[in-house]
Design a protein around this ligand. Structure first.
Ligand code: GLU
Length: 333
C-alpha cells in the first residue's frame, strides 16, 4: 500500500501525565493489585530460562521528562529476548532509512507464531515484519558493519545508549540458546534461500542470539521505552539515540506486531505500542509521555507475561495513556 503522504511537518499528539505523586500511587496500586496473581508458566524451550523465579515481579514507569517510578523487582537482571527486536529495528532504520527495512522485511502481521516457518512459505519468502524471528533475523543481518564483530558491537552499543548504561550478555543464556536454536538456524537458511539474508546465515543467528541474551532490568526497559516516547532522546542521559522519525516508525511496527498473536487484542484493550519477550519483560510506550515496563516471568500461551499485561492494562487506563481515547473538546467556532 502506498499512500503518497507529502513530507509535511507533523504535529504530535502529546498530553500530560498526572502529578508525580499520583503516578507513584497508581504504580504502587497496580503492583499491589497483581502481586499475588499466579497464572501462567515460565518459558522453558530455552533451558536456561526454565530456572527463572516465577515470583519475581517489578513495575517501572519512566516519564519522557525523566521522572522514574519503580516498585518491586525493578533492578533484577534478565535476558531481553524479543524486546531487543524493537531496538535493533530502530538501529537499522536510523542507519539506512525505514524504506530499506520495509522492502527487505515488511511491517504486516503474520497471524502466526513468532518462530513460524509456515509464515515464510505462505508469503513466498517474505519475513513480513521485524518482530517475528524471521523478520528479526533479516533485520539483524542488515545492521551496519563489515564483519559480525562490527555488527555486534553496533547492536550492543545502541541498545546500551537506549538504556543509558553499558549492557552485557548473559553467557549462560547465550550458550543455552545457541545449543538449542535449531529452528532459528533453519529460519535463517530458509531466508537465505529466498535472498532475504545475503550474508552467512549462521553468523546472523549468532549475533541475534547474543542480542536476545543482553541483560536488562525492568528499569532499563522503561528507560529504553521512554527514549522512544521522547522522540529518540534518552530522558536520563539527554543523548539523542535515534531520530524522531525512527521512533514513530518503530512504534507503528510495535502497535501492530509487538505482542505476538495477541497484538490485535492488546491494541484494542490497551491502546499502546508495546513489545514483550519470553523471559517475562514487557515495555509499552506512550508517545510524548513515557513508558511502562514490567518484569514477571510466567507467560500466557502467546508468550506474553500474565502479570505484566494486567498491570499495563490497568496503568494505561489509570494514567490516561491509550492512544485512541479522547474527550470532548469545547468548540471554538
Ligand atoms: N531468543 C528467543 C528466540 O529466538 C526470543 C523469543 C522471544 O522472546 O519471543 O526464540
Amino acid at each position: 500500500m502506498h499512500l503518497d503522504i507529502p513530507d509535511i511537518k507533523q504535529e504530535v499528539s502529546t498530553g500530560s501525565l498526572p502529578s508525580r505523586g499520583r503516578v507513584d500511587e497508581l504504580v504502587t496500586a497496580a503492583y499491589t493489585r497483581y502481586r499475588n496473581h499466579t497464572a501462567g508458566a515460565v518459558a522453558d524451550y530455552i533451558p536456561a530460562l526454565a530456572d527463572a523465579d516465577p515470583n519475581l515481579f517489578g513495575v517501572c514507569v519512566v516519564e519522557s521528562a525523566g521522572a522514574t517510578h519503580a516498585v518491586g523487582d525493578t533492578d533484577t537482571l534478565f535476558s531481553i529476548q524479543s524486546i531487543s527486536k524493537a531496538f535493533v529495528y530502530a538501529l537499522v532504520c536510523e542507519a539506512f532509512g525505514h524504506e530499506a527495512v520495509h522492502k527487505r522485511v515488511g511491517v504486516n502481521n503474520t497471524g502466526l507464531p513468532f518462530n513460524s516457518v509456515m509464515a515464510i512459505e505462505l508469503n513466498h519468502g517474505h519475513p513480513m515484519n521485524p518482530m517475528v524471528n524471521a523478520g528479526a533475523l533479516a533485520t539483524t543481518a542488515l545492521t551496519p558493519g563489515c564483519t559480525f564483530d562490527e555488527k555486534w558491537e553496533g547492536i550492543r552499543a545502541t541498545l546500551s545508549d537506549f538504556a543509558g548504561r553499558e549492557l552485557v550478555v548473559d553467557d549462560e543464556v547465550y550458550r543455552s540458546e545457541s545449543e538449542t536454536n535449531m529452528r532459528n538456524k533453519a529460519l535463517a537458511r530458509l531466508l537465505q534461500s529466498y535472498g532475504r539474508i545475503d550474508i552467512d546465515p549462521l553468523g546472523v543467528v549468532d549475533i541475534y542470539t547474543r542480542q536476545c541474551s543482553l541483560l536488562v532490568t525492568a528499569r532499563d526497559l522503561a528507560v529504553m521505552g521512554a527514549t522512544l516516547a521522547d522522540a529518540g532522546v534518552n530522558p536520563l542521559t539527554g543523548e539523542r539515540v535515534v531520530s524522531a522519525r525512527v521512533c514513530r516508525d518503530t512504534l507503528a511496527v510495535l502497535a501492530s506486531t509487538g505482542m505476538y498473536e495477541g497484538s490485535g487484542d492488546w491494541l484494542f484493550e490497551i491502546g499502546l505500542p508495546a513489545k514483550s519477550g519470553v523471559s517475562g519483560g514487557i515495555v509499552a510506550v506512550a508517545p510524548g509521555k513515557g513508558a511502562v515496563a514490567t518484569f514477571s516471568p510466567p507467560l500466557d500461551s502467546a508468550g506474553n507475561s500474565e502479570r505484566g499485561q494486567r498491570v499495563i492494562a490497568r496503568l494505561s487506563r489509570a494514567l490516561g495513556l491509550n492512544l485512541f481515547a479522547s474527550s470532548v473538546q469545547v468548540a471554538t467556532r
